[in-house]
Unconditional design. Structure first.
Length: 319
């Protein structure tokens, strides 16, 4: 009975917080934070490609999550933080670990080896659209014409951006399914993270959900018969460290803190910047050249974000 009361109070608090935040524009600090999150997410893809030859994909994802979770728990212990081990919280963290970390990372790593970059980019960046639908029913967030319009423009920009990478001749059904499952898992995880955001400690809960997600991935790896053969070269060790610490541990802590400041649907569209940063990384470090289509995609994507961030929020609600 007490658990039901707590859940009811949490839902009511979420409604009030969402309504209160909906009328405010995102602060510069929040915008900068989301740009950093998008950049940290973008560096994942090239590092995953570099590391895949040295380890099975699901086991690789599990190693990333395990190291990231251990890193955050170590910080929590160092700071003397205590973890609330209530049943309700453990259940919530288990669901987040399964969806955000297990499904999200699993789909990302499996898709990276089975789908062309164009298809993977579009499907992975459909996550804000899935999350927007879920947030209407779970978070009761305010959804406006401006938000929907910005999401639509941003997604169109990602589609245009990814067009040069589409391969229409190959049979990519399984790979597409992996990436799509990953996007849905990340969307579910983001909604659940929003329900948890605002708590005093961030290191223990995020560390535990990453460890739980790693456990799910290890089980999936065993069921898939991947084995445990990992070539621990200096290159692979460096890749795992970059993916685990800055690109996962630090990213989820920042993301968790930002979720406490603004509605999920106003933060999530910034993930559309991930393929933009991906192209910039390719140009700076891999001598890739932008095509006219890619430049157009970047412009459209940024325009969608400007609609959400800058355009005055004076229109009526849709939901």
């Amino acid at each position: 009975m007490g658990g039901m009361v707590a859940i009811t109070m949490d839902v009511k608090l979420t409604k009030v917080t969402s309504s209160a935040m909906a009328g405010n524009s995102l602060s510069l600090q929040t915008v900068v934070g989301m740009v950093v999150v998008a950049f940290l997410w973008a560096i994942c893809f090239p590092f995953i490609v570099v590391g895949l030859p040295d380890a099975p994909p699901i086991l690789f994802a599990a190693l990333r999550a395990l190291l990231a979770g251990a890193f955050l728990i170590a910080i929590g212990m160092k700071l003397g933080r205590r973890f609330d081990c209530s049943f309700r919280r453990l259940v919530m963290l288990t669901l987040i670990g399964f969806s955000y970390t297990g499904m999200g990372l699993g789909g990302m790593f499996l898709g990276a080896g089975n789908v062309g970059p164009g298809v993977a980019t579009v499907l992975a960046n459909a996550q804000p659209l899935f999350a927007a639908i879920l947030s209407i029913f779970v978070l009761k967030e305010v959804v406006t014409v401006r938000l929907y319009f910005g999401l639509f423009i941003g997604f169109v920009g990602v589609v245009v951006l990814a067009l040069p990478g589409f391969d229409f001749g190959a049979d990519r059904f399984v790979g597409v399914l992996y990436v799509l499952v990953g996007a849905v898992g990340t969307a579910i995880g983001n909604v659940l993270l929003k329900l948890q955001a605002g708590e005093k400690d961030v290191y223990w809960p995020m560390g535990i959900q990453l460890i739980l997600g790693a456990a799910f991935l290890l089980v999936a790896s065993l069921l898939a018969g991947e084995g445990f053969e990992v070539d621990w070269t200096w290159s692979f060790s460096g890749v795992v460290f970059v993916l685990a610490v800055p690109a996962t541990a630090l990213m989820v802590v920042l993301w968790y803190e930002l979720l406490a400041r603004a509605p999920l649907n106003e933060l999530n569209p910034f993930t559309f910047l991930t393929p933009v940063f991906g192209l910039l990384i390719g140009a700076l470090f891999f001598d890739e050249i932008f095509s006219a289509v890619e430049i157009a995609g970047i412009v459209i994507t940024v325009l969608g974000l400007l609609v959400i961030v800058i355009v005055p929020n004076r229109e009526k609600r849709i939901v």
